[in-house]
Design a protein. Sequence first.
Length: 75
Amino acid sequence: MRTKGTSVDWKTVGRRIRELRGFDMTQEEFAKRIGVSQSYLSTAEHGHVEIGAEILLAVSREFGKSLEWLLTGKG
């Protein structure tokens, strides 16, 4: 059962991923590093998809950010 305030804002998560990618890395390069396609990464960065745990873990490990930060901006 979900309680109020626990839903994930996927647009904000996508913005955080875009922030991690920065201006020096293309979507294609970032996508390759986390094992997804460039088109999927674009969709995720725009918040049009719920990002699976496996992909969030790959981003977390590859770029040294916590899952909590990716999902909530805290930590």
